[in-house]
Design a protein around this ligand. Sequence first.
Ligand SMILES: Cc1cc2nc3c(=O)[nH]c(=O)nc-3n(C[C@H](O)[C@H](O)[C@H](O)COP(=O)(O)O)c2cc1C
Length: 398
Amino acid sequence: MLLDKTNVVLGVTGSISAYKAAYLTRQLQKKGAQVQVVMTAAATEFITPLTFNTLSNRNVYTGMFEGDNAGTRHIDLGKWADVILVAPATANIIAKVARGIADDLLSAILLAFAERKIMFAPAMNVNMYNNPVTRENIEYLKGIGYYFVEPDSGELACGDEGAGRLPEISTITEHLHRYLHSGKLLNGKRVVITAGPTREFLDQVRYISNRSSGKMGYALANEAAKEGASVTLISGPTTLKPPSGVETINVESAQEMQQELRQHANKIDYLFMAAAVEDIAPAQQDSKKLKKEFINDNLSIKVNPDIVQDFRDKDQEVCIIGFSLEMEKGLKRSKEKMRQKGLDYIVWNDPEQEGAGFEVDTNEVVLIAKNEETYKFQKAPKRKIAEQIINRVVMHNE
Ligand SMILES: Cc1cc2nc3c(=O)[nH]c(=O)nc-3n(C[C@H](O)[C@H](O)[C@H](O)COP(=O)(O)O)c2cc1C
């Protein structure tokens, strides 16, 4: 499991979203972590230590001076922890850490933690979050290596609108995983990525193709290589530079892509099908340039084989991430596609959204898992979207 043998001190502070830390405790344990909860006095006003005690099967610490081993607890917990996650993190705890204040157990542990592998998931009112004092504290802590998960925006518990909501639990665990394992997420894994369009030739010069630029697939290849995978990129014609550290195989037609892909059946861990494989091809091909007088109004077209389904038929084990470009009823149609083709995940994008789909450098997608869990990734550069897709798939899958 992804957080196997990971000792996490989970600091819970006095935010209205403190109850969500109970789900977080469970989620961290599911991923294999040992979780030691430390609560501030304010946190106990929102949720009881008993809840965490029951969930974590450990004593929950709430005070500096209570119980056995009180004298060295703030030091011992820092030695035990691989990481300290403060979620939710109040404006107050962030301010205290930034100024080295250690007036309760959690702040003392944070100050005494020599490794300083510390992650905050802030949650607070939008005005508290945007206050220049809080901003400065956060920037200062980021500057000396502390990790912050951006809060979500939306309606807050107090009724105000804006940034300050505790992010989804899955987002927090994904960030924790990335924080601890960045650069190693796909160590030892073999990954094949297809990218770009295919060209379906009518003759030596004419072809049917589409507007895919290959940018999403290339971004995935770069990111998978960065995370330690051994990557093969099977690319249709693009103008992009082959990513470094990636074996790149250039193909033109869907048939060539299928042949290359088949070589990898039962040999890989992940297949990202980001290519826009042409669905149709001229029924006949001419080896020379067809003369105009031989071309009539009714050129016959055939449907290309479904190369991802073909791959699934040959390899039942590989984790396949498909991509779908759908406009109307896109989510529903993408789910159907995932089921029909036996995919593990599908990434849906809607080219009608500004800054998504073909040719552009950004994307906005929804990742759907086989169990129908869905994750929306806001508009961002394709590199960032690739990072999020890989992270979420690896987190979800392993
Ligand atoms: C109902 C209620 C909700 C609160 N929610 C938050 C919050 O979400 N974030 C925050 O920074 N402070 C919040 N506060 C204020 C903190 O609880 C207060 O600053 C406290 O001193 C924080 O202590 P701690 O950082 O030691 O947990 C809230 C207070 C109340 C009464």
